[in-house]
Design a protein. Structure first.
Length: 483
């Protein structure tokens, strides 16, 4: 499918054409709001869409798709804009911007949340908390629901309630033909399967219907801080007991480059290089079992400081990491799944951490539980059966450091290869990892199934500007699956 490259005059003409039937607003280069609309989370991305269609309704999305198709434009879909590669923006093409579509409607009797496609996790948390409910999602409140959920959705509640996509009841999307389709177990079940982890390859999702779960809004949370010299011992001890923990425990370890001044951080430890270990009790915050379990887990190793408290999940816990991942930094991520954390591997990890000068953190997030009990064939999301998710989530400000910092992160990842699983989380697939695409979808057979669904709903690959693009059957290359 060839793409049209637009000059400024042509872009303005197309914007005017689209605006005749548009509820939202359409912006082009040089207009007020354009630079804001093309700015996303990762400052390494500097793309300039010819036209940005800031949709307010599903009909706006339909109009945008039809316009792009009729003029042969490259198209992208923007939800939250937190994707590390910047595929939310169509450089020189048309960006379908959903960020104004953020309504969340909750039916507490049926335990259902209807979420528009441009919503952020914080929007969902605020709406569900009023009813003592949650929808399992990610770990940063400013993340877009759409990108997270369509790629799977690993987060604080994954062990208790599964991935975000495991909680789909239905989805409304606009296809490449400009048609509005509803996918569920009984409607377009093949598409429904593919949307559970297959990313933005099949259309622009304008509404998610989620299964919600009763919770809180208060959560019991425990934290422990460890000096670098104690980090290996603490992580190794935790790894030994982790597999015996119940689903009610959420766990996150972060090797922090500089500990921020969070409420539980003693003044003398602020700004220090520390291991932060977070324990969340995913059940009744007042439970004696929860109190005892959290107290036990924050005592692992030799903590320099520890604390336990109760705070609202959506209003506080889900926002704890937001200041660590603000818009405007230069981000590069490298991740892997891992089933063992022996001391040899942990020594390498901690030593590499000590050599790094970037901001951010190296994360080890506990998996397993409910997400691992879903049948491998039930959804498109692969790689469920690992114990931990390892993620180098690091950032800096100086563009001159891009090459050296990326190389250092890749080298740290490669040093751990003997212990890493083959899979990769598709949501974190980076710009230099095309050779890992098939692994991101669980291997060639699984990729081929997704490719056949892609051919049915998007045969000419209209939606190809997304983080882990799937080619329609017949166009798919036999990509190798080296990790």
């Amino acid at each position: 499918m060839s793409e049209t490259v637009l000059d400024q005059r042509s872009a303005s003409a197309l914007a005017k054409e689209l605006g005749r039937s548009f509820t939202g607003d359409v912006v082009t280069s040089g207009q007020p709001g354009y630079d804001e609309a093309r700015t996303i989370w990762n400052a390494m991305v500097d793309k300039k869409p010819a036209v940005i269609a800031r949709c307010a309704t599903t009909d706006d999305v339909v109009a945008s798709v039809k316009l792009a198709r009729s003029h042969g434009l490259q198209v992208s879909v923007r939800c939250g804009g937190h994707g590390v590669t910047g595929k939310a923006l169509a450089d020189g093409g048309l960006t379908i911007d959903l960020t104004r579509m953020r309504r969340v409607d909750v039916n507490p009797d049926d335990l259902v949340a209807r979420v528009q496609g441009g919503s952020l996790l914080g929007d969902v948390d605020a709406a569900t908390a009023d009813h003592g409910l949650i929808v399992p999602a990610g770990i940063v409140s400013e993340t877009g629901v759409g990108g997270l959920a369509l790629g799977g959705g690993i987060g604080w509640f994954s062990r208790k309630h599964g991935l975000t996509c495991d909680n789909f009841r239905a989805l409304e999307l606009v296809t490449a033909a400009g048609e509005i389709v509803r996918a569920s177990e009984s409607e377009h079940p093949d598409l429904f399967w593919a949307l559970h982890g297959g990313g933005g390859n099949f259309g622009a999702v304008t509404e998610f219907v989620f299964q919600a779960h009763r919770f809180g809004p208060q959560m019991r949370i425990g934290v422990a801080l460890h000096h670098p010299e104690d980090a290996v011992t603490a992580l190794a001890e935790y790894a030994q007991i982790y597999l015996e923990l119940p689903d009610q425990v959420g766990w996150h370890a972060a090797l922090k480059q500089s500990m921020p001044g969070l409420p539980f951080v003693p003044p003398e430890l602020k700004g220090r290089r520390l291991l932060l270990m977070i324990v969340m009790y995913l059940d009744d915050a007042s439970s004696d079992d929860g109190i005892q379990l959290v107290e036990r887990l924050i005592g692992v190793g030799k903590p320099a400081a520890k604390a336990m408290t109760v705070m609202p999940f959506g209003a506080r816990v889900q926002k704890l990491l937001d200041p660590e991942f603000p818009n405007g930094n230069r981000y590069y991520t490298k991740e892997a799944h891992i089933n063992e954390l022996p001391e040899e591997a942990l020594e390498i990890l901690v030593n590499r951490w000590g050599e790094m000068k970037m901001s951010g953190e190296i994360e080890i997030i506990g998996l397993g539980g409910a997400m691992a009990r879903v049948s491998p064939d039930a959804t498109a999301f692969p790689n469920r059966h690992h114990n931990w998710w390892l993620n180098f989530a690091l950032h800096w400000d100086d563009a001159e450091l891009d090459v050296s910092n990326v190389a250092q992160i890749r080298a740290a990842h490669d040093a751990l290869k003997p212990w890493l699983g083959r899979g990769i989380y598709a949501n974190m697939l980076n710009f230099d990892e095309a050779d890992r695409l098939v692994d991101a979808y669980g291997g060639q057979e699984r990729y081929d199934r997704l490719s056949r669904v892609k051919a049915q709903y998007d045969p000419d690959n209209f939606f190809r500007s997304n983080n882990a693009a799937i080619a329609p059957a017949g166009q798919a290359s036999r990509s190798n699956s080296r990790s």
